[in-house]
Design a protein around this ligand. Structure first.
Ligand code: ADP
Ligand code: MG
Length: 334
């Protein structure tokens, strides 16, 4: 059987069934944005997350400045700490480098890592360095902390809970489209920046961790509907999303050259926006929105409701919308 038949997430499920993913102190293993562990004698929980960036798959080396690549490499990992409502603590950096790469590239890349590590007060504690045959490969592991009762998981959403998002979606997919099609112009900088240089929503995640009515959370790395489907799977629930309520940049349709279908596809299934999506009981809906807006998420919005259908459904003013592709899967989209 080919991996494409079960896809990235089928493969992860298979791995998690093959291993008893539990040890002393383990509260959550495979299946959420971070693993969650108890630390003896410490009231905080330890969060651990790791992500891999491979040249030609996750980035094209001559289309991203090295300093920006450094920033993005740490940002995408920090986003998983944000998705649990945690505070980042320390990180490890492993790199496989083609021999042809210039030292100037590495120095600039490290400056980018340094930018984000200083910004979020997270210390580099180790890693590994090797030669690669062709493709630059970056792996970062981040440790974070969370006070016991504050961890937000993908599980926990209840039918009737409101679905909210921290900001505009689709901008990163638009930026990728512009880069791949060589369509850079005067007004495209914001989309390129959304794709190349996302900011992890750590203040937003932390603000939400203080609200008990927030029942689940995830970051948007693979596309809204894909990531929402992970919340639904782990929470044994469904979701009904109102397309018209999803925040997106007012220039997005222009960027898609009036291709409405492509613009909508970017919004609901474009990956790498690194915004947060969470569910909240209706009584805390406004509290959550006010709190994340105070934490910098000016465009946060309620976009739907959790159901008991077991499916993610998308509607607009005209009724049910077709969903041709719900989001990114490394083996199905490849
Ligand atoms: P994210 O997009 O938040 O980084 P992923 O979709 O990559 O999450 O992974 C989902 C879950 O599967 C996470 O808990 C992750 O640690 C786990 N996972 C992914 N790949 C593997 C693997 N090869 N072995 C064990 N666990 C894995
Ligand atoms: Mg994630």
């Amino acid at each position: 059987m080919r991996i494409g038949e079960i896809g990235e997430f089928g493969l992860i499920q298979r791995v998690s069934q093959q291993f008893a993913s539990h040890c002393d102190g383990c509260i959550d293993g495979i299946g959420d944005d971070c693993a969650v562990l108890e630390m003896p004698g410490c009231k905080d929980l330890l969060l651990v997350t790791t992500d891999l960036l491979v040249e030609s798959i996750h980035f094209i080396r001559d289309q991203i400045p090295p300093r920006t690549l450094g920033r993005k490499s740490l940002s995408v990992n920090l986003s998983d700490i944000a998705a649990m409502g945690g505070v980042p603590w320390a990180f490890f950096l492993s790199i496989a480098l083609p021999e042809s790469i210039d030292l100037e590239f590495i120095d600039a890349f490290m400056m980018g890592i340094h930018d984000r590590s200083r910004q979020f007060n997270v210390a580099l504690l180790g890693g590994d360095t090797t030669r690669a045959d062709a493709h630059l490969t970056i792996n970062i592991t981040v440790l974070g902390k969370s006070p016991h009762h504050r961890v937000k998981r993908r599980s926990g959403a209840q039918p009737g809970d409101i679905i909210q998002v921290s900001g505009q979606l689709g901008s990163s997919a638009a930026g990728l489209h512009l880069l791949l099609n060589d369509q850079l112009g005067e007004d495209t900088g914001k989309f390129i920046a959304a794709h190349l240089d996302p900011e992890p929503r750590l203040a937003v995640g932390l603000a939400l961790s203080e609200i008990p009515g927030v029942t689940s959370m995830i970051d948007v790395s693979d596309g809204l509907l894909q990531d929402l489907s992970h919340i639904c799977e782990r929470s044994l629930s469904g979701a009904r999303v109102d397309f018209d309520a999803i925040p997106h940049h007012p220039d997005l349709l222009n960027c898609a050259r009036q291709d409405d279908r492509m613009m909508k596809q970017w919004v609901v299934s474009g990956g790498e926006d690194y915004e947060l999506v969470w569910t909240v009981s209706p009584t805390d809906e406004l509290r959550a929105l006010n709190s994340v807006r105070d934490a910098g998420a000016r465009n946060a919005a309620s976009i739907g409701v959790i159901t008991d259908t077991g499916r993610v459904e998308l509607f607009d003013g005209n009724g049910a919308m077709e969903i041709p592709n719900i989001g990114w899967d490394h083996f199905r989209n490849a």
